[in-house]
Design a protein around this ligand. Sequence first.
Ligand code: ATP
Ligand code: MG
Length: 785
Amino acid sequence: LAPDADDLLAGLNPPQREAVEYRGPALLIVAGAGSGKTRVLTHRIASLLRSREAWPSQILAITFTNKAAGEMRERVEQIVGDGARGMWISTFHSACVRILRREAEQFGFTKAFTIYDSGDSRALLKRLVKEREADAFGLTPAGVQSKISKLKNELADAESYARDANMSDPAERAFVEIFGDYQRELQKANAFDFDDLIGQTVFLFRAFPHVADVYRKRFRHVLVDEYQDTNHAQYQLIRELTRPVQTDVSSGGAAVLIPEADGASLTVVGDSDQSIYAFRGADIRNITEFERDFPGAKVVLLEQNYRSTQNILDAANSVIRNNFDRKDKKLWSDQGEGEKIVGFTGYSQHDEAQFVADEIDRLRRGGVDYQQMAVFYRTNSQSRALEEIFIRAAVPYKIMGGTKFYDRAEIKDALAYLVAVANPADEMAVRRILNRPRRGIGDVTETAIARFATDNGMSFRDALAHPAEIGLGPKLQKAIAQLDDVLREASGILVPASGEQPSPKAVTEGLRVLLDKSGYSDALRRSRDPQDEARVENLDELVAVTREFARNNPEGTIVDFLTEVALVSDTDDIDDASGAVSLMTLHTAKGLEFDAVFLTGVEEDLIPHRISAGEPGGPQEERRLFYVGITRARKRLYLSLAMTRAQFGEVSVAMPSRFLQEIPSTLVDWRQSPGDVNSRGGLQSRALNGRRTTGDRWGVKPLPAGGGLTPTSTAMDKFPGLVTNKMRDNGDLELAAGDRIRHDDFGEGRVDAVTGDGAKRIAHVRFDTAGSKKLLIKVAPITKL
Ligand code: ATP
Ligand code: MG
């Protein structure tokens, strides 16, 4: 037995144990954050394996991210040891890719199909919208893309949509046509988009019941984490997988089905208060109506939270209570009150970031590891200010998601080369590399190749083998022949003859050949653009990724490699180095936990996000997102905001989030920034000099005399914590281009321009050492020199 074996039931409370030991067709575990839902799923799998009620191959567990899948697998292996090999623990998308790779040939695809990410889909739609001149009806590629995605999440296709659409409306008609074109193009390219991975698997199961039966017989236990965020297509997939297996004994024309095996046992866990993906089609009803959908289902409630201190839970509970149409839960913790929540209001996002950096440093010196700290924000763009300050303050950090290594142009190019070899039907990939590096191939040549391909009934890729017949000049002929050669040579390395096992080094070697012999690497190395140096390094990194892949998958093929790359999701970091603070969006934070959590930008228009206001249920979903953020914290929670925020090149005045007012003020210790007083100096004296804000437009009372380090109770009631001694009232400060100023944080600089009027006047300042910044003159801590 593995060392952790005793842990199986010992570390569980009675309802958790019940959930682990229950045996029956359907089990629903509903519970608030941190109550051990994921732990119960993990232990349930371990229990099924340990008791030999199930082979590992009979288990299908679905998690929300690849990272969560990896953790669950590791944990199960810790408990049951080697006896865990062969389980499928993965995301919906990964599981469907595995199924589709095996079954693609059943319905007109090949094993080597490409997975289009949202950028690829967008590029394809851009072409289709243009071809149909649909922009005339107000259609945009982005708009069409999101509408198609929504429909696919509902398992609708172009035909079913057309049945209910008003086809006399030209915009609707154009949309239906483009949707149809899009599917045809995908099929022609031997490609699935992300939504198709789920939808087409459901289609496959419904169209080919004997295929579905293979998986129904195989998976006897299906378990789903984060069930509140499943959409309709995922729900239907689960239904298909858990149907009873029936044998067709029809004879003489009459169909007779007799049951052969019961449906798989289904376990789902979730928390409707943490449903945060409605915008992607997640349907909370999947959880609220589970008992109706699966009659006789057993329901287990968990109420004890093991993650957070009571103060943090109280804050979470009092926020989420403001959502109507929900069942109240009584989450409790036996960990004691713990520290108070710390609130902080900065005057700018840089000030806020500085506070976060200072606190991280303080916690670190107090013994909290960097990797036990996380900083959350609502939108990716908020990370910029944090990164800027963290770099200066030497705080090691990693950004979870949003690093977008695989979105970089040079990486996409390199991958397109690989795809062009692995799946030559993928015309978009071949077109992408046609003139990268520059070979003098322009639009005219590209069109000529495409026409030749169509006229001769061959693929775009195959047309490259006939440059002379296309009727191109000698230089172009040579360029195309060279590209064709390189692709062939790489194909010899990457695509093993049938029955042959590829060498583990194949992917690395193939990539090398493609990059070197195509001249791609050379072109970058010869370039004098300093950016190109970084691009070369990124490509080296990609080569390193292929080596790592080969180590982990000695039998992995190029298709396996491309699959892995395509499924790297927002939350999976290529460089999961520990010893760093994690930065991520609130959406990415789901399911995770940290000792200390900084929830930043707690402002109106950010959380709740501006776009949520117009969406039905939008503000409620934002509240759930805020709840998810709070409940990630084990011991310490920080809520911070800034009074002015630069976004999209504009400095705007921010207001505290309404959610702050939903947290009892007794739970929060609103702080002045001690770092201000000590490290950067001058603030206390400034406050004493009486040079402080009247604050009326912030809803803040003037600071009390004597330093003003304690917020007034009125201000607290109205806008908790909206007190700062850094704000100025510079309303009358005359500034013009050419003036020199001094800023408390950024030092001296020169005013390039002043825009806006009145309270919204903005100085565009180039600082001597801190770069260019836009400052709201009214409140910025600046002095004219
Ligand atoms: P979320 O809703 O955020 O996904 P969850 O319900 O899945 O949370 P887990 O992540 O499974 O909760 O558990 C939260 C923390 O509590 C984990 O660190 C877990 O190990 C711990 N925990 C859960 N149950 C127990 C228990 N009975 N004894 C000790 N620790 C527990
Ligand atoms: Mg969980």
